[in-house]
Write a protein that binds this ligand. Structure first.
Ligand code: 1SD
Ligand code: ZN
Length: 260
C-alpha cells in the first residue's frame, strides 16, 4: 500500500493532503466534539444491531501495520437507525503510547482525548454491492465509534482479543479467531450518541462516512490498555502506537446528538 505515516517521515499526517487530495477537504474526520455546540435531534433513531452476538466461524485478525483489524461477517448488519441498511466489514482500534501514558483516541470531546477508540466499519448494502464500491460515496459508509477509558477491573470480554495481539506482533501477520461476540465488546448503553458526516481518518480520506460516536465509553483495565499500546509493531519494526489523526476543522457541519 501507500507509505503514509502518522508522525514520521515525508508523508506524515500534516502532508497527507499533498498526495491524497481528499485529506484536505472540508468534511474531514476526526473532529473535536464540543458539547455546547451539539444540536439535540430527538428524531435520531436508536440503532438495531442484528447478528453482533455469539458468532462461531473463522474471523481473520490482522496487524496491518497501522492498527489491528478484525474482518467481520456479512451477517452483522445495522438493520434500523439509518434510511438504508449497513453491513459490517471490519473493526479496528486507534490508541496512544505507553511510555508517556498518552491517550490515543481520534475523536475528542471538549478537547479531551480518551485512551483509545474502536471503529466498526460498515457499508451501505442497500445501495452498493460491496465495501469497495461504497467506500468513496457520500452515503457509502457508516462507522460506529466507541471510546475506551481505563479502570480498575479487567474487561473479560476483551481477554481473548488482548491475548491474541501477541500472535500478530509483526506488520502483515494474521490469525483466525473462531468465536466472536462484538456486542459484548460495546458498552451496555448505546442510546447516547453523536452523529455527523465525515471521512475516513486515514488516506485517501474519502468523505463517505456517517459517523456515530457513542458517549458511553468502554472500560478496560490499565494493564489491558498497556498491552494494546505496546504489543504490535509497524512496518519498520517499531512499536505501533499513537495511530491517531489530529482533529480536523468542523467547518459548516453540525454535530447532532440523540440525547440532551
Ligand atoms: O483507518 C481505517 C482504515 O484502516 C480503513 O479501514 C478505512 C476504510 O474502512 O477506514 C479507516 S477509519 O476511518 O475507519 N479510521
Ligand atoms: Zn479508524
Amino acid at each position: 500500500g501507500e507509505k503514509w505515516t502518522y508522525s514520521e517521515g515525508e508523508l506524515d499526517q500534516k502532508h497527507w493532503a499533498e498526495k491524497f487530495h481528499e485529506c484536505g477537504g472540508n468534511q474531514q474526520s476526526p473532529i473535536d466534539i464540543q458539547r455546547r455546540k451539539v444540536r439535540y435531534n430527538p428524531r435520531l433513531l436508536q440503532l438495531e444491531l442484528t447478528g453482533y452476538e455469539d458468532m462461531d466461524g473463522s474471523f481473520p485478525m490482522k496487524n496491518n501495520g497501522h492498527s489491528v483489524e478484525i474482518q467481520l461477517p456479512h451477517t452483522m448488519m445495522i438493520t434500523k437507525g439509518f434510511p438504508d441498511r449497513y453491513t459490517a466489514v471490519q473493526m479496528h482500534l486507534h490508541w496512544g503510547g505507553w511510555d508517556l501514558e498518552a491517550s490515543g483516541s481520534e475523536h475528542t470531546v471538549d478537547g479531551i482525548r480518551y485512551m483509545a477508540e474502536l471503529h466498526v466499519v460498515h457499508y451501505n448494502s442497500d445501495k452498493y454491492s460491496s465495501f469497495h464500491e461504497a467506500k468513496d460515496k457520500p452515503d457509502g459508509l457508516a462507522v460506529l465509534a466507541f471510546f475506551y477509558e481505563d479502570g480498575h477491573f479487567e474487561n473479560t470480554y476483551y481477554s481473548d482479543f488482548i491475548a491474541n495481539l501477541a500472535n500478530i506482533k509483526y506488520a502483515g501477520q494474521a490469525m483466525n479467531i473462531t468465536k466472536l461476540n462484538v456486542r459484548s465488546m460495546f458498552p451496555d448503553n448505546l442510546s447516547h450518541f453523536f452523529r455527523y458526516q465525515g471521512s475516513l481518518t486515514t488516506p485517501p480520506c474519502h468523505e463517505s462516512i456517517l459517523w456515530t460516536v457513542f458517549d458511553t465509553p468502554i472500560t478496560l483495565s490499565h494493564n489491558q490498555i498497556r498491552k494494546l499500546e505496546s504489543t504490535l509493531m509497524d512496518h519498520e519494526n517499531k512499536t505501533l502506537w499513537n495511530d491517531y489523526r489530529m482533529a480536523q476543522p468542523l467547518n459548516d457541519r453540525v454535530v447532532e446528538s440523540s440525547f440532551l
